[in-house]
Design a protein around this ligand. Structure first.
Ligand code: PMP
Length: 354
């Protein structure tokens, strides 16, 4: 790194994205993408006139996109913010609310929370999960700090109930509470309707998982109008055209075919149940996931060894090196064929080491 940069960044440890190999074709079960294609309307809009319009800037207000999201969820467009991936909302929220009184989030959760905490010099506390990898709800009540929770949590997949989330939001009336619902469409209960009742709540979602658009980079959140204005302030102070034309058009098209995505979520849930049952038959401990991934470990093989051996067989899963979770792997749920291939590969590996 150069000698020219600000000292504040000298010890910053960046977020490490999951592997995106460009060389070889893997069964990719490592970054929680959807195995299913975007819906027909999304594919046709990308190939239509909108491509020719790329010479023009996109609409900085994203009004059509906001309207289409608002219509599907039955909220007012003024309670919607859209972003370049939901990572951008997390970024803006940490920037806006993290240094008011510090921040709290679980010690095992989405790795970007800590990176944003470090990036903005926030005094943050990582609260340990309980031994069964669940979040202890009491720990998040009356924090007096910017409170961030992924629900379902990642990489565990374990979800809190709507009433538990409400207790947390209600007990922190003077600080912003961000509920990251990146994986909510796979069986969890969204808390977005609570935005009418709690002006401190930000409910963040994404088109990357259930809506098959990870490569388009599109996130959104629901919140009180004043919070939306805060987010717009940061957007217009950093990158007013944060949503490109093709992504905005794709987002509107995706919202017009919501049923297609709901069906895909149902298939993912069925494939998750199948994979969990198969892994349990093989002696794995599999956490109770409400996400499009499973978090599992086996006493028969170390987490890293299983990850490497699966990679050799052409299956990519996600392995984390943090001490408390290093024996686990996170397995994205793909199509039934992909999961059958994965289960067969695991069986082969366990057979080979015995
Ligand atoms: N939150 C969680 C919990 C995630 O796992 C991810 C995906 N890595 C994100 C947010 C960000 O997703 P995106 O920026 O693709 O919307």
């Amino acid at each position: 790194m150069s000698i020219f940069k600000d000292k504040r960044f000298s010890s910053l440890k960046e977020y490490t994205p999951g592997e995106q190999p460009q060389d070889k074709k893997y069964i990719k079960l490592n970054t929680n993408e959807s195995p299913y294609s975007p819906s027909p309307a999304v594919l046709s809009v990308i190939n239509s006139n909108e491509a020719a319009n790329l010479k023009l800037y996109s609409d900085p207000t994203c009004s059509e996109l906001k309207k289409s999201i608002a219509a599907v969820y039955g909220v007012d467009p003024k309670n919607v913010f859209v972003s370049n991936g939901s990572d951008e909302i997390l970024n803006f929220a940490f920037m806006l609310y993290g240094n008011v009184a510090g921040a709290v989030f679980p010690n095992i959760s989405y790795g970007f929370y800590k990176v944003f905490g470090d990036l903005y010099g926030i005094d943050y506390k990582e609260i340990p999960l309980l031994d069964d990898f669940t979040v202890n709800v009491e720990d998040y009540k009356n924090t007096g700090k910017f409170t961030v929770l992924a629900n379902p949590n990642a990489p565990t997949g374990i979800a809190l109930s709507l009433s538990e989330i409400e207790q947390i939001v209600a007990s922190n009336p003077d600080t912003a509470v961000l509920i990251d619902e990146a994986y909510i469409d796979f069986g969890g209960e969204s808390c977005y309707k609570l935005i009418d009742k709690y002006s401190n709540l930000i409910v963040c979602q994404t088109f990357s998982k259930s809506r098959s658009m990870a490569g388009a980079r599109l996130g959104f959140c629901f919140a009180d109008e004043e919070i939306i204005k805060d987010l717009e302030l940061i957007k217009y102070s950093t990158n007013p055209y944060n949503i490109n034309r093709l992504t905005a058009a794709a987002g509107v098209a995706a919202m017009s075919e919501n049923g297609y995505y709901l069906d895909n979520c149902q298939k993912i849930i069925e494939n998750r149940d199948y994979t969990k049952a198969e892994l349990e038959k093989l002696g794995f401990w599999v956490l109770d996931s409400k996400a499009n991934f499973l978090f599992a470990k086996s006493d028969k093989i170390a987490g890293e060894e299983l990850y490497l051996k699966l990679k050799d067989k052409g299956v990519l899963v996600r392995h984390f090196t943090a001490e408390k979770i290093k024996e686990f792997n996170r397995i994205t749920i793909g199509s039934r064929e992909q999961m059958e291939f994965f289960v067969a590969a695991v069986k082969e590996i366990l057979g080979e080491i015995q």
